[in-house]
Each structure stands twice: as structure tokens, then as C-alpha cells.
Write a protein that binds this ligand. Structure first.
Ligand SMILES: Nc1ncnc2c1ncn2[C@@H]1O[C@H](COP(=O)(O)OP(=O)(O)OP(=O)(O)O)[C@@H](O)[C@H]1O
Ligand SMILES: [Mg+2]
Length: 501
């Protein structure tokens, strides 16, 4: 990594030895560490550098870490300090100060002396949090999309740079890419540019044909048309799609599904710009630009004898490859915000937590899948109705499976949600276990008069304690429960015995 790309972290502590030991601890983690022995010096440094994270001691001679925190969050709003995490280092016994700090806007607190691994993990989490803010701010700056294709990543830019070049002539274009990557969107943009260039108009035909959707025996007549009596049932002449597209663009979607016997005829259209209707012995000429698309591996189809090599080379002379969403995750925030605008009038943003979940999810259906998730979230959050609903898509609006996808995400999301709203649960889940729990509560409530809040507290504590015993460290226990370390400690510190009568 280039030095200028390194995350800058500021550590504030009046004890030189602490600054040194943190520096050594973080030396190999690839951060750019700045240190300040006083709050005053720290105030100077924050004006000169943009930090991704600040870690400060609480007790210092002239001015405390809490004072710095308040100054930073309130008086330096110009530095977007709201989004820059500040972690406080407190004395081990001083949990109260830690809680006060969090209330004053600290991201977290860590008691001294700390466990090195725990310290690194907290830093990593805080920086992940900061990255989401960066995503959100880059999203605001996102430029309008060309032809509805959103993306500022290199992967998408490359495609957008290629498109004009292949749109100026009537030459054939093959668009490849996984399902949902925007192949049709790209085809439509090519059509738009081609027609403007051709005639200054945009109304030349764009005729999409989904070859996967047409029964194999009908493909030929759909494409080429037929004369009356060409076959039984052909009661009158029919114009084929190729003729409809004359003077414009024929978009052959799912070209990998084109039956072999039709492939040779298509090749003739590509090479000679002529075709023959079924039942006719007269060749007709057409002026069309053909754009073909596929999510299949045509070379593999060739090796299996299902696709003609000559047609492939003819089609593939100009190829646009649409990147999978895995290759441009950095566009997820801009895409999400674009889809929010598309699907909801009320909702106007997405929470950093929900965005973090979306960014961690692995999309088999690419942009289309992301679009569906956002659409569902807009409906789920009530943002599509005029009656209000939330203004923001929070993690709780997202479907369960995006959390379940892999370990990290499932843990990250409820943790994040807990930070934001004080609720750790990502979803209500099935009713089955809920009714069982309700039954248990009813019994205990009747027998011992235990109140609902105490019942919940007891369950929380019992689960937390059990997990803390089982896992190797409290950090892991907290992660596995989807809690911050701070919350886990808090839960464990609560005395549950007094709650039961
Ligand atoms: N970069 C993008 N910006 C905005 N919307 C996009 C982008 N890529 C895809 N989409 C949207 O995702 C959906 C799927 O796109 P499209 O139909 O073009 O994909 P495809 O590659 O043709 O998929 P398939 O192979 O399944 O036919 C559409 O609603 C499209 O508008
Ligand atoms: Mg498509």
C-alpha cells in the first residue's frame, strides 16, 4: 500500500511509554500512526491531517480526553467529526467514564491495561465503521449515470469508456457477463449512442429477442419470419424480428441458446446482411446492428459442439464484458442509493449499518439481486406509502438471508444495529421459538411473579454468561452474540439475582 493511502490514526496520551507501546503494537498493521502528548497538540494535528480514527486517554494533566472528544465532535464539525470514530482509553475500574464518553459521542472505550488482540480488533471495527462513512460520502458525490449505468469504479468506468467506441458503427457487439450484471442496460446504451450518431434521432428500432424464451422450433420463424403456407399452420405471411429491426438494432439476448441449425443462418446475416424468410427462396437484405448477449461460456459450448466456432468469432470480434458485482463492490453504495430513489419517495438514505451489510453480502444475482433487496427493503420499511414509514433503510429492513450469508456479516450486522438503536436483533424470525418462550414466561410469571423486563434481563445475562464461558475470549463471545464488547461487559455486570422473587 502506498503511504498516502494508509489510514491515519491519532493516539493521544500524556504518557510517552503508552504512545510508544501502541505504536509498536500497530506498526505491522499498515496504519499511519500520529501521536500527541497533550490535547492541545492533538487539536493542532487534527487541523493538519485527516484522521480515520482517534484514540485518546481520558485522564491527562491539562485537559481530559472527554474534553477533547466534546471539542472534536462539536467544535470541529467542519472536519466531519461526526463520522470519525473516537475511542477512549479509561482506567480499568472506571467503567462509568467509559459510558459517559459513549454518550458524548465516543465510538467505544477500552479499559487500560488492554489485551493487544482486543485492542487491534476494536481498531479494525472502528475503521470498518469509518469506511462505511466514506462510502456514504462518495455516494453523495456520485455523478449522474450514463444510460442508467451506475458506477464510479474502474470496472464500470472501463465499460462506459468502451461503449461509445463500439456504438459508432453497425458492427456486431457481444456482451458477456453473469446474470444481472446489466448486459441489457449496456445494449440499450449502445443503441442510444448508435442511433444518435446515425441519424441524430433516438427513435430507430431497438428490438430485443430473448432466445431462451422462445421454443427451439419457433426460433427460426420468429427471427426470419415466413411466407403463407411455409408450414402447416402458416396461414399468412409473418414478418420476422430481423425485419422489425431493419435500420436499427437487433438485441439477441441469451445467444448461447440459439439452436445450431439457426446459427448458420444468423452467420449469413452477420456476414452478408441478407436473410431468407421461411418458405421463400428470395434473399432480402437488411441494415441492422446486432448486439448479442450471454451469461454462458460460449467457448465451452463450442467444445461441447453446441455453438459454432465461426459464429462465435464473428460475434466476439467486439466484446464488452460486464463485471460481476464482486468486482465493483465499491459501487454498492451508489447503486443502493439509486435504487432507493427509484423505488421510494419517502426514503432518502440508508444507514451505515445497513450499507455495511449490503457491502459484505456476496451477490450471486449481481446488481439485479441488489436491486431486489433494496426494493424489498423500501417496501418493508414502509417507505413506499404516503403514510410515512422510516426515512432511512436500516439493517432491520433487510432480508434475513443477507445476514446469514457468511459468518462475518451475520455477526457484524446485529452488532451494528445494536450500536445504532439499542436493539441487537436483526429480525423477528419465525414465530415458533417465540411462542415457546412466551409459554415459559407465562409459567414463571404465574409461579414467581417475575416481570417481563426482569425475565428478559435474566435470559440476556444467562446467554451472555454461557457464551463468555464457552468462547476463548470475551471479544469472541461478544462477536458471536452480535454485541459490542462494551454491551457484553455491561450485561455481565448486571446482577440478575435481585430480579427474581
Ligand atoms: N450498473 C448498473 N446501474 C444501474 N442499474 C443496473 C446496473 N447493472 C444492472 N442494473 C439493473 O439490474 C437489473 C438487471 O440488469 P440487466 O437486465 O441489464 O442484466 P442482464 O445482465 O441482462 O441480466 P440477465 O443475464 O439475467 O439477463 C436491471 O433492473 C438493471 O437496470
Ligand atoms: Mg438480460
Amino acid at each position: 500500500m502506498d503511504d498516502k493511502d494508509k489510514r491515519k490514526i491519532l493516539i493521544i496520551d500524556d504518557e510517552k511509554s503508552i504512545l510508544e507501546s501502541i505504536k509498536i503494537l500497530l506498526k505491522f498493521e499498515g496504519y499511519d500512526i500520529f501521536t500527541a502528548e497533550s490535547v492541545n497538540y492533538a487539536k493542532k494535528l487534527i487541523g493538519e491531517n485527516s484522521f480515520s480514527l482517534i484514540i485518546t486517554d481520558v485522564k491527562m494533566p491539562e485537559s481530559s480526553g472527554i474534553d477533547f472528544l466534546k471539542y472534536f465532535k462539536v467544535e470541529r464539525a467542519d472536519l466531519n467529526s461526526k463520522y470519525i470514530p473516537v475511542i477512549l482509553m479509561t482506567a480499568y475500574s472506571d467503567v462509568k467514564t467509559g459510558i459517559e464518553a459513549v454518550k458524548a459521542g465516543a465510538y467505544d472505550y477500552i479499559p487500560k491495561p488492554f489485551d493487544n488482540e482486543e485492542f487491534k480488533l476494536i481498531i479494525k471495527r472502528a475503521l470498518d465503521y469509518f469506511s462505511v462513512y466514506e462510502e456514504l460520502s462518495s455516494l453523495k458525490a456520485a455523478r449522474p449515470a450514463a444510460g442508467g449505468i451506475i458506477g464510479e469504479s474502474n470496472a464500470v468506468r472501463n465499460v462506459l469508456n468502451e461503449i461509445p467506441r463500439v456504438s459508432l458503427s453497425s458492427g456486431t457487439v457481444l456482451i458477456t457477463g453473469e446474470s444481472g450484471t446489466g448486459k441489457e442496460l449496456a445494449a440499450r446504451l449502445i443503441h442510444e449512442i448508435y442511433s444518435k450518431n446515425l441519424s441524430g434521432r433516438t427513435d430507430i428500432p431497438f428490438v430485443p429477442v430473448n432466445l431462451a424464451a422462445i421454443p427451439e422450433n419457433l426460433v427460426e420463424s420468429e427471427l426470419f419470419g415466413y411466407l403463407r403456407g411455409a408450414f402447416t399452420g402458416a396461414e399468412k405471411d409473418k414478418m420476422g424480428m430481423i425485419k422489425y429491426a431493419d435500420g436499427g438494432v437487433l438485441f439477441l439476448d441469451e445467444i448461447g441458446d440459439l439452436p445450431l441449425q439457426v446459427q448458420v443462418k444468423l452467420l449469413r446475416v452477420l456476414q452478408e446482411k441478407v436473410y431468407r424468410k421461411l418458405g421463400s427462396n428470395k434473399e432480402e437484405s437488411v441494415m441492422i446492428k446486432i448486439i448479442a448477449a450471454t451469461n454462458k461460456d460460449l467457448e465451452k459450448l463450442i467444445s461441447e459442439g453446441k455453438f459454432r466456432e465461426d459464429l462465435y468469432y464473428r460475434l466476439n470480434a467486439v466484446n464488452i464484458r460486464m463485471p460481476s458485482l464482486r468486482e465493483h463492490k465499491e459501487d454498492i453504495s451508489a447503486l443502493a442509493s439509486y435504487f432507493i430513489k427509484k423505488f421510494s419517495k419517502n426514503i432518502n438514505s440508508i444507514s451505515p449499518q445497513a450499507l455495511a451489510v449490503l457491502m459484505n453480502y456476496s451477490y450471486s444475482g449481481n446488481v439485479r439481486e441488489l436491486e431486489n433487496i433494496v426494493e424489498r427493503a423500501c417496501i418493508y420499511c414502509g417507505g413506499d406509502s404516503a403514510s410515512g414509514g422510516t426515512k432511512e433503510i436500516g439493517a432491520e429492513c433487510l432480508p434475513d438471508y443477507v445476514f446469514r450469508e457468511n459468518k462475518i456479516e451475520r455477526k457484524a450486522a446485529p452488532y451494528a444495529a445494536e450500536k445504532e438503536n439499542g436493539t441487537g436483533s436483526s429480525a423477528a424470525g419465525g414465530g415458533d421459538y417465540l411462542s415457546k418462550i412466551a409459554g415459559i414466561f407465562d409459567a414463571i410469571n404465574r409461579e414467581r411473579g417475575l416481570s417481563l423486563p426482569d425475565f428478559i434481563k435474566n435470559i440476556e445475562r444467562s446467554i451472555a454468561a454461557g457464551r463468555a464461558d464457552k468462547e476463548n475470549s470475551r471479544v469472541e463471545a461478544a462477536r458471536s452474540l452480535g454485541l459490542s464488547l462494551r454491551s457484553l461487559r455491561y450485561i455481565l455486570s448486571k446482577n440478575n439475582n435481585k430480579n427474581e422473587r
